[in-house]
Design a protein around this ligand. Structure first.
Ligand code: KG4
Ligand code: ZN
Length: 342
């Protein structure tokens, strides 16, 4: 089964052709990093316009690279939500028009489910039940899945997403956009214990996350120590390096604590670490240490970096099982900014 996956939920316009849910024939991503860099974050209106400019080319390129024609595909999978409404609308409208004109089935995919499928691309035999930490610029969620296609959303962020928390402090300190990869790199040389960040206690015993307290604490450290933002072109100061190292370490500690708590309750057979922030080297190491080297070891799976940040491959993969019994084409299908997984 050959599926075209289209993704446009945030700031990446992406399309991919995937055979049987895991053989990647093409993976095209038009990143908008340059467009949003000067603003230190994604500007929704600019994102929609960029998607409009890019989507035709990106989809055509996915077919060219795969050496396939429109006739060869069995269906289209498109991200329906959650995400930025203007961005989602571009992908959904394009997919509907294309499905109608080439007379192929179309299935909507939840972006979070797409991220979960990204872990299976290189590890098809992951054992269920799974516990997935979906951690990106827009999401920080714990999802329990007892069987393919069945989900329980057991924890979510109450304020910022982890990636957003990294990006915002990076912006404040003049480190550029997106901040996650920069902080990841700087943290290899910093002191994680120099600045104190206390881990918030979510007292109702829930598996939710909260990161806004870290941001406030970081701003307090910046004020108290009079830490100046990095000057353009200059190297970040020792204070900046240590501050972002301590900040990243506290975010990672929170992610590990809540995932461990969830695992103690749910006893999954596999742990998945997915979404853009799952590229983080220290987070990967911490998860390996905390779960694979624990008394009751549980394997941890994460995708290669190209499949970790937003892409069309994961959307095609998640859509493939749904296309085994394709629904009739629904031209009423709409983007949903706050689409729930279950
Ligand atoms: O999954 P993604 O491409 O888009 C969303 O669905 O949000 O994730 C983007 C996020 C950004 O916040 C970016 O800073 C973060 O992933 N990110 C990282 C790393 N690479 C990307 N965060 C920490 N360490 C990294 N190496
Ligand atoms: Zn994403």
């Amino acid at each position: 089964m050959l599926v075209l996956g289209i993704e446009s939920s945030c700031d990446e316009t992406a399309a991919a052709l995937v055979a049987d849910g895991r053989v990647v024939l093409s993976n095209v991503v038009a990143s908008q990093i340059k467009t949003h860099r000067d603003f230190g974050g994604v500007v929704p209106e600019l994102a929609s316009r960029e998607h409009l400019r890019n989507i035709g080319y990106v989809v055509r390129q996915a077919f060219t690279e795969a050496r396939k024609s429109y006739r060869d595909i069995d269906g289209i999978a498109v991200t329906q939500g959650p995400g930025l409404i203007g961005s989602l609308l571009v992908g959904v409208s394009f997919a509907k028009a294309m499905a109608y004109s080439i007379k192929k089935p179309l299935v909507p995919v939840n972006h979070i489910e797409g991220h979960i499928y990204s872990a299976f691309l290189e590890n098809p035999d992951i054992g269920y039940p799974i516990l997935a930490l979906v951690v990106s610029g827009g999401h920080t969620s714990l999802v329990y899945s007892p069987a393919p296609g069945k989900y329980q959303h057991v924890g979510r962020t109450r304020d910022d997403a982890a990636g957003e928390a990294l990006d915002k402090i990076a912006k404040y300190l003049g480190l550029g956009y997106p901040g996650g990869p920069v902080i990841d790199r700087l943290s290899r040389k910093g002191d994680p214990d120099r600045y104190l960040f206390s881990i918030p206690k979510i007292s109702d015993g829930s598996l939710d996350f909260s990161f806004s307290g870290f941001k406030t604490a970081a701003l307090r450290h910046i004020q108290q120590e009079k830490i100046a933002p990095r000057r353009p072109g200059a190297r970040p100061s020792r204070q900046i390096v240590d501050l972002v190292t301590s900040y990243q370490a506290s975010i990672i500690r929170t992610l590990v604590i809540q995932t461990k708590k969830a695992q103690t309750r749910l006893q999954a057979r596999s742990i998945l670490l997915v979404g853009g922030v799952a590229c983080n080297s220290e987070l990967r190491k911490s998860f390996k240490r905390s779960f694979e080297e624990a008394e009751n070891p549980v394997p941890v799976y994460y995708p290669s970096p190209v499949f970790t940040t937003d892409n069309g491959v994961m959307i095609a993969a998640a859509g493939t099982p749904k296309l085994h019994h394709p629904p009739p084409l629904d031209l009423e299908l709409n983007a949903q900014a706050d689409l729930r997984l279950c």
